[in-house]
Design a protein around this ligand. Sequence first.
Ligand SMILES: Cc1cc2nc3c(=O)[nH]c(=O)nc-3n(C[C@H](O)[C@H](O)[C@H](O)COP(=O)(O)O)c2cc1C
Length: 184
Amino acid sequence: MKDNFVLETIFSRRSIRSYEDTPLKDEQINSLLEAALISPSAVNQQPWHITVLTNQDVILEWEREIINYFIDIKDDFTAKRNESRGNKIFYNAPAVFVISMEKGKEIDVGIMAQSIALAAKSMGLDSVILGLPRVSFDPRYNDKWNEKLNFPKDYLYGISVAVGYGKDAGIDRQIDISKVSYLG
Ligand SMILES: Cc1cc2nc3c(=O)[nH]c(=O)nc-3n(C[C@H](O)[C@H](O)[C@H](O)COP(=O)(O)O)c2cc1C
C-alpha cells in the first residue's frame, strides 16, 4: 500500500552519494529547517541544535580530516571503503545539516534526521544521513569542530544530513520481513 504521498516519499527515499553543484535556495533551506524543528522529542525537550553548513571550503576541510582520521588510526576497512567512494564523506552536497545534541539524545536527533531526509525527498531533493563525521569529535581534535560548527556548550555531535540534487538514483532495496514477529 503506497497510495499516498507520505508513503510514496518514505519508499522512494534513498541515500544518495553524488550531487550536482546547484546550491539550495534560502526557501528550501528554511523549509527543511522547519520540518526538522517540528520533529517530536521526548517531553518536547528539543535537545538539539542544527548548524547549516554551505561553505564548501569548510565542508572540504572537515571531509579531509575525517578521511585522514581513518588512515591515521589504521582502520583499513573504513579507509578502503572511503577510498572506494572517492574519499568523499559529504559527496559534494551543497548543504549539510549538522545536528548536535544533549548527551544521550540519539533517538530524538535520529527522528530529526529522518524528518529532513523525507522533507528533502518530498521537495524533489535527495539526501544522505551521515554518522561517520562523529570521529572529528575525538579528543585528539581538542574541540576544534565543536567550536567551528557552533555547537552549544556541552552539546555532542548527533548526526548530519547532506542535502542536494542527486546525480544518481541510489541503491534499490527490498524490505526484510524476517525482522518482524507477530504475537497474535
Ligand atoms: C544513523 C545512520 C548513519 C549513517 N551514516 C552514513 C555515513 O556516514 N556515510 C554514508 O555514506 N551513509 C551513511 N548512512 C546511510 C546508510 O548507509 C543507508 O541508509 C543504508 O545503506 C540504507 O540505504 P538507503 O538509505 O538508500 O535506503 C547512514 C544511515 C544512518 C541511518
